[in-house]
Design a protein around this ligand. Sequence first.
Ligand code: ATR
Length: 271
Amino acid sequence: MDRYLVFGHPVRHSKSPFIHTLFARQTQQELEYGLAEPTMDEFARTLRDFFDRGGKGCNVTVPFKEQAFALVDRLSPRAKRAGAVNTIKLTDDSVLLGDNTDGAGLVADLKAHGVTLTGSRILLLGAGGAARGALAPLLAEHPAEVVIVNRTHARAEQLAAEFRDLGSVSALTYEQLAGHFDLVINSTSASLQGELPPLAPGLIHADIAIYDMMYGATDTPFIGWAKQHGARQTMDGLGMLVEQAAEAFTVWRGIRPGTKQVLRELKRNLG
Ligand code: ATR
């Protein structure tokens, strides 16, 4: 049977085996999907071993996405732009192809929620790996503008400069932010420390769409905060998780699974 797995550390609570098992059942594909939790030093060797022993593909999550980027034989254009790999496929000619489906997953989930990206003014919070992965797929939708804001402003400047060839993207400080935004995407890891990005509440209005890449059984701190200041449409990152997985499954198997039912089941399990 074709074998796939997810590399991460920690990875025990990963939802990827659950998601891909449901995708396989739904599309009648014969495959098994497991977990691998190597240390940073063991990652390269375990990855090689997996493919030497007949593995067909894998997902890569925190903290291995940059190492995977450096280890694969070939990169997809979107992985090159993201500077990170979350999906690896062994091609028919035995090449390890590194891809990145995170940004596509975000855009697919935003669209599934009916959010208009074309012509909109988007505020992206954070300038780490998650923000980097989102930029090219967002700019491909032709927003009016993407503004990046980050606690460490220089990182936002750097990121904006790297993506300027793809569309209108600029960097501002939290203090400089003003005007009307249609969509705010939180890519920061602030909630992991129980913190909030220092966003002025005045930027939130009833018609703004709020997306937090984090998710949980209850509202994330950022979503709770945005609701408190009047946001009516809020979305967490569970949909992005399922959509990036669907994109990876499509890369591996050449067949696109439906996501709605899987998302419903995941939500039921969380709650
Ligand atoms: P990831 O790969 O998940 O994006 P990362 O590269 O460590 O992780 O980036 C985390 C992002 O969250 C960064 O933009 C970070 O800001 P800095 O560049 O200033 O470190 C942002 N971040 C983390 N904690 C934050 C907080 N409490 N408030 C605001 N931004 C925060």
